[in-house]
Ligand binder design. Structure first.
Ligand code: NAD
Ligand code: UDP
Length: 325
């Protein structure tokens, strides 16, 4: 890395944000981690607190903030369905007002800014796999809309600040990512299955398990978003980031049972409303703009590392989203 920068990571204490902070601190940058700890705890960044090039700020991105920075990674937003549906109006505010506040800062500081968007902008897709040109099939009034439409509106704001104010933007659409430091009680499929399996409980499989997801290991994701921030051609995106290898939820459940040696069985539960039936990124554009990037960690290997992490966790250290939010 030729030039050291002041970098703000919003949502920096979360699952993805904390891994991103690790990498940026290691590269020697001056890293400011901002979080309101809605879906995370200090535990994820505790090991960074005594590093001279790391700072932690408790702040909510829906409120303005004055900092001087060179780059902003805007990750602040609850990501698990149970978390973002807990207070849907706040979720929408976080995406929209958070984007406005951070874009305003980027404009004032002449900073580069990256938005963590999502495969959810495609909704329950009728094009498969999903290329960035696909405009999506989102239910604007369903239970997932606070997140999906919030993220879509944030993308709109990013491109309008880019066109109207010349802000240097990057937009990445992240597909299901997993790994150590996922919140064990976030209700997402990987964390649920692993926690249930290591506790010897039955696995809660929603629907018949034939719905698909493509799971990307966190290290692959972090590599891609850092490359995206640093693309020499200034490509703003949007770009899909994910692992294109697709699995059914039933296959994931069976692999988790096998790797944990659990004696649990599959317990069927109803499929939640608007649950997308299939999801697989087309990563042609990412390969082209991110110097041939592609995921390296296969699901089996990534699951082993995540299981090891979950086994090392003291579950009493984790709490559900704060009711005072
Ligand atoms: P996470 O819940 O672990 O992290 C989000 C972080 O943002 C948490 O630390 C939370 O406390 C913080 N936060 C929430 N609202 C905030 C607010 N108003 N102000 C300040 N901080 C706030 O989730 P994650 O999986 O690490 O996701 C990070 C980002 O990546 C999110 O924007 C999410 O939408 C996006 N994303 C993640 C995935 C995935 O599979 N993990 C997929 C698509 C998109
Ligand atoms: N799922 C499941 N059991 C669980 C949690 C989730 O079968 O205990 C399913 C869920 O219905 C969805 C998929 O796993 O089809 C992925 O869910 P997740 O909440 O992880 O993320 P999504 O991709 O839906 O946002």
């Amino acid at each position: 890395m030729s030039q050291l920068k002041r970098i703000l990571v919003t949502g920096g204490a979360g699952f993805l944000g904390s891994h991103l902070c690790d990498r940026l601190v290691e590269q020697g940058h001056d890293v400011i981690c901002l979080d309101n700890f809605f879906t995370s705890q200090k535990l994820n960044v505790m090991h960074l607190l005594d590093r001279p090039n790391f700072e932690l700020i408790r702040h909510d991105v829906t409120h303005p903030l004055w900092l001087e920075v060179d780059e902003i990674y805007n990750l602040a937003c609850p990501a698990a369905p149970g978390h973002y549906q807990y207070n849907p109006i706040k979720t929408m505010k976080t995406s929209v007002m958070g984007a406005i506040n951070m874009l305003g800062m980027a404009k004032r500081c002449n900073a580069k800014i990256l938005q963590a968007s999502t495969s959810e902008v495609y909704g329950d897709p009728d094009v498969h796999p999903q290329p960035e040109t696909y405009r999506g099939s989102v239910n604007p009034i369903g239970p997932r809309a606070c997140y999906d439409e919030g993220k879509r509106a944030a993308e709109t704001l990013f491109f309008d600040y880019h066109r109207s104010n010349g802000v240097n933007i990057r937009v990445v659409r992240i597909f299901n990512t997993y790994g150590p430091r996922m919140h064990p009680f976030d209700g997402r499929v990987v964390s649920n299955f692993i926690r249930q399996a290591i506790e010897g409980k039955d696995i809660t499989m929603f629907g018949d398990g034939s719905q698909t997801r493509s799971f990307c290991y966190v290290d692959d994701l972090v590599e891609a978003i850092i490359r995206m921030m640093n693309t020499p051609d200034g490509f703003p995106g949007p770009v899909n980031i994910g692992n294109p290898t697709e699995f059914t939820i039933k296959q994931l459940a069976e692999m988790t049972l096998e790797l944990t040696g659990s004696k649990g069985t599959l317990q069927h539960k109803p499929l939640p409303e608007d649950d997308p039936l299939q999801r697989q990124p087309d990563i042609t554009l990412a390969k082209k703009h991110l110097d041939g990037w592609e995921p390296k960690v296969p699901l089996r290997e990534g699951l082993k590392r995540t299981i090891e992490y979950f086994r090392s966790c003291d579950m009493s250290q984790f709490r559900a989203p704060t009711p005072n939010y």
